[in-house]
Write a protein that binds this ligand. Structure first.
Ligand code: TRP
Length: 510
């Protein structure tokens, strides 16, 4: 292997990497999805599949993705090219494109966070106005639900989405340099806000009952394959695995870095944050006896805000803090993929960073706007309400629910069998204080792929039995579910096929 001819940026310190990588891992997933998933899948019982997923799949994949970046010093597609030629590169691009789908709707959601944050300074807490598009009458008390859907059906919201993209591009403008500056502010602040919210939650009357619920197991639900898919999907998403992010970030680490301790640090920071976020959310929900309907977006956009609206004092202050927290957590995540995508494009096409960013940014804005389309397709709100939200929900089902797991499976096969798990383990152990033994190879070659495959197969079987996701939606254009599935497959697979084609005179020099 030749050295990469372009000098590669490096993090200015180990702390820079840890902040950036944990900033990527800690995101909306930790605050919003974890609580909602845990609630949906039987609260306490969710911890068993969750912890199994963390130890058997999460930690090993985190270490592997960081190890890849350290070994090859490149973004994911080129790293996998060095392992398995064009087929490997195809897998790498597939993962990056799948993650890009997630990123575009994630950034659309961040646009809504911006909208709600602005609302939290005042209008959100006023008695609610009528929302004719959704047949909602005027109300005497604040109604974040009405506020949110009113915002979603208003074209002005598209501006917030553009703004969220602009923020992302500004942060990755100079790569590690600007990312490091941003995460040094965002990540610590996010912890502070979270701790304040926990204290608030625990000191609410009956707050501790929420904690009890969070830890009361309900074993019955564990027979449902959805719970396992939920737990494994949550671990991949939450740790930013299967996105190509950790490999890109680790490629900016100095060669002598300790792979295993970095992997553990990032994973534990992430899961620790998730854990305390669960406590904060459950205390608020249960003190104010709101039983969440478990839809993930609902949780952050109106279930929790309705709780905050009933705080005895400081409603606007806590509300602003909550949405700022979501924005900080979300943006330090989304920038990591914008960076992973940009660095893959730069590595492949050898174009300048500015051109790569303009290209990624303009394509991304268009897709994000699609997910924010304000047309009301279901005024009864039995499904999703607006066209954008419906598209988002369907895309999320494939890109998050299946795409990340499929990437995990492909990575473990490429690393475990094609490269040889032992070889990567050598790189990972090279400067590590905690060295991994040969058991790791067994984990990577057999256990991880088998478990991930089992989860995928069980989910598909479930889907075949109950009908394809979205096909029984009450409203809207019936073929939409199938069209979104096809569009996702075409975008990821077709795109990966084109991107992994050799570049004349510019391809990977292996
Ligand atoms: N780990 C993030 C979370 O828990 C998700 C995430 C990381 C992400 N990077 C991303 C989502 C890039 C979209 C784009 O929320």
């Amino acid at each position: 292997m030749q050295e990469n001819p372009a000098p590669r940026a490096v993090w200015s310190s180990k702390l820079g990497f840890i902040l950036a990588a944990s900033g990527s891992a800690i995101g909306l997933g930790n605050i919003v999805f974890f609580g909602a998933n845990a609630y949906k899948y039987g609260a306490g019982a969710f911890y068993v599949p969750y912890l199994l997923a963390l130890f058997f799949v999460g930690l090993p994949f985190m270490a592997m993705e960081i190890g890849l970046g350290l070994r090859f010093n490149r973004a994911l597609p080129e790293s996998l090219h060095l392992i398995a030629g064009r087929r490997g590169e195809f897998v790498g691009w597939w993962g990056i494109l799948n993650a890009s789908v997630i990123t575009t709707y994630y950034i659309a959601i961040l646009g809504w966070v911006v909208g709600m944050l602005i609302g939290a300074f005042g209008p959100l807490w006023k008695p609610s106005l009528a929302v004719p598009a959704f047949n909602m009458a005027e109300g005497a008390i604040p109604n974040p639900f009405a506020y949110f859907f009113n915002m979603l059906s208003t074209p002005g919201t598209l501006l917030f989405v553009v703004l969220a993209w602009v923020l992302n591009i500004i942060i990755v403008w100079k790569g590690t340099l600007t990312i490091e500056k941003a995460v040094k502010v965002c990540v610590p602040l996010m912890w502070v806000f979270m701790l304040i919210l926990i204290v608030r939650g625990l000191t609410l009357p009956n707050g501790s009952q929420g904690v009890r619920l969070l830890f009361t197991p309900n074993w019955g639900v564990m027979r449902n394959p959805d719970v396992w898919k939920g737990a494994f999907g949550q671990i991949f998403f939450s740790l930013s695995l299967g996105f190509g992010i950790m490999t890109a970030y680790a490629s900016y680490l100095p060669k002598k870095s300790d792979c295993n301790s970095n992997a553990m640090m990032v994973s534990f920071l992430n899961c620790g944050f998730e854990f305390i976020a669960g406590v904060a959310i459950f205390t608020i929900l249960f003190s104010l006896s709101i039983v969440p309907k478990a839809s993930t977006l609902a949780m952050s956009f109106f279930v929790l805000p309705s709780g905050i609206a009933r705080f005895p004092y400081g409603v606007a202050t806590f509300g602003v803090m909550f949405f700022t927290l979501l924005l900080l957590a979300g943006i330090s995540s989304s920038v990591s993929l914008v960076e992973a995508l940009a660095s893959s494009v730069i590595d492949k096409f050898r174009i300048s960073r500015i051109r790569a960013l303009l290209f990624v940014g303009s394509g991304g804005v268009v897709l994000s706007l699609l997910f924010a389309l304000p047309m009301v397709v279901d005024a009864s709100l039995k499904d999703n309400g607006t066209l954008g939200l419906t598209l988002l929900d369907l895309s999320d089902h494939w890109a998050f629910g299946y795409g990340l797991l499929a990437m995990g499976l492909a990575e473990s096969i490429l690393i475990g069998w094609v490269l040889g798990a032992g070889k990567l383990r050598e790189t990972m152990n090279a400067n590590a204080r905690i060295r991994l033994g040969p058991w790791f190879d067994v984990l990577v070659r057999f256990v991880a792929p088998a478990v991930v495959l089992a989860v995928i197969v069980a989910s598909i079987a479930h889907e075949v039995k109950t009908g394809m996701y979205g096909s029984r939606m009450v409203t809207g254009w019936r073929p939409m579910a199938a069209v979104v599935l096809l569009a996702w497959l075409l975008f990821t697979s077709g795109g990966a096929f084109l991107l992994s084609a050799p570049q004349k005179g510019k391809g990977v020099r292996a």
